[in-house]
Write a protein of this length. Sequence first.
Length: 140
Amino acid sequence: LIADEQAEELFGPVLALREVPDLAAVLGWLRAHPAPLAISLFGASRAERAAIAAGARAGAIVEERCLDHAAFPSLPFGGVGASGFGRYHGRAGFEAFSDWRARVRHGRFALSRLFDPPRAASRRALAWKLATGRGPKPRS
């Protein structure tokens, strides 16, 4: 973990370490500081890895390696909070930079037009038959 006096993220061939007494202290420190781009876990037990994955917020969690998440184009790459916004690889990157919006256009013979007003008697009867599977609705 980054030492307390380190206020910014580190980029480059620098590794700042911080000794922590136990898992609760690690999780407390991670929750008290801005989310990192990635968390690299070394030597943690399976239970510790699961607890950190469930209790910490980061762009990625990498076990027993550094930066492997950036090497796979199919994995989303990016941080959360001050470490970055969005995801920048593969499909996730495409969607992050896309402006999704809906567009609906009904053709001339769309079934949904049966329910549009004005409803002629023949349209009401056909809509009833399609919706219920029964013959024409009895007139009241």
